[in-house]
Design a protein around this ligand. Sequence first.
Ligand SMILES: O=C(O)C1=C[C@@H](OP(=O)(O)O)[C@@H](O)[C@H](O)C1
Ligand SMILES: C=C(OP(=O)(O)O)C(=O)O
Length: 427
Amino acid sequence: MRRKPVSNGLTGNLRVPGDKSISHRSVIFASLAEGKSMIRGFLDGEDCLRTVEVFRNMGVRIDREGTELTIHGRGVNALEEPVVPLYFGNSGTTARLMSGILAGLPFFTTAYGDDSLSNRPMDRVVQPLRQMGASIYGREDGKKLPLAFDNSALQGITYELPVKSAQVKSAVLLGGMLAEGKTTVIEKGPTRNHTETMLPEFGVEVNKTGLEVSIEGGQRLRASDINVPGDISSAAFFIVAAAIVPGSNVTIKQVGLNETRNGVIQVLERMGASISVTITEYIGKEPVGDVNVQSSSLKGCVFEGEIIANLIDEIPILALAATQAEGETVIKDAKELKVKETDRIIAVCDNLRVMGAEITPTEDGMIIQGPTPLCGGEVTSVGDHRIGMMEAIASLITDGEVVIHRPESINISYPGFFSDLDFLLEK
Ligand SMILES: O=C(O)C1=C[C@@H](OP(=O)(O)O)[C@@H](O)[C@H](O)C1
Ligand SMILES: C=C(OP(=O)(O)O)C(=O)O
């Protein structure tokens, strides 16, 4: 794909597609529940559609009309043994959350992923689930997909998370929901909290005190309708675009502003971006609102520690913002980037360097000097949706054409990305 730099800013109001984390969880919880759930604003990107397919293969009727799903749940006990291997595609969230469920189901399942997912660590969920009594087999002794889950009764555990990961927290809690007794997960620091805030909407009691979350096994889920807010991780691409392209004024409407997800806004504010946020409503426990951003000069900053988990998927696009900021930006404590769809430390640095950025990878992040004018060239998404979108936004400010290889990976989380971008560029 070829993208040309623009001479005008981005303007207008936009609703971005539904939140990916909330869409996955809506499908999982509604499929385990008894009764009919309607999910509105569902993200119809490839990753979330994998989660839908997984439950269809276990006998759940899920009707989809665009971004509206009707899920005809019949309860956990009505799930059927799939006759085919389950395919998780590129989706880490499907793989980790579903491992918690499959480990606790009374039948045999196998699961596999694409090349990228097959190289991502699964021991982080397999290990605690085995401690709960799960029979899990897999490549490299269960460190990697493909995995197989055999019928075994799970027992609740208390588990201290060795990594800051909402996927691992969720896998253990979901295993705990199907186990006997109580399961407690203790986090090293806050991570996105959608699992624990959404389960009560499906009638499941979850107790959270500080960094400890507990669930009693054997609880039944009842159907619930969910309205999915816009995904702040998708909005982040246009928020940064508007911040760095002169003459921009963009409002992202009805976007999720959950406090465990809004780090990108906090960091951009620290960098001097002109952003205003208005919370307009609460959908369930999720604050939702509008984010207005106008172009302004940015300054470099250091971001590290607790906020990293809160903006982990936004680091590629924040790195681009940093190339346009005055001075040095240092990103630390972000080693988890190495085990995403690609090694995002390397993918971000390699591709931004092609465009002339001064950026150096480190063990747990990167160091960026700015501001640097960016130039045209050939870059690749390396099959990683967030890298592809970052490159498309970078191409707005280069001095010549940018060729983006493998742009189709963007469909993983944002199928209408280019038409939304072009809409904001129309005058
Ligand atoms: O729980 C979730 O929905 C997610 C958690 C994060 O992963 P980790 O749990 O691996 O940090 C994030 O990167 C991913 O896009 C979605
Ligand atoms: C890391 C991501 O997703 P997942 O882990 O679900 O593949 C992401 O969307 O940036």
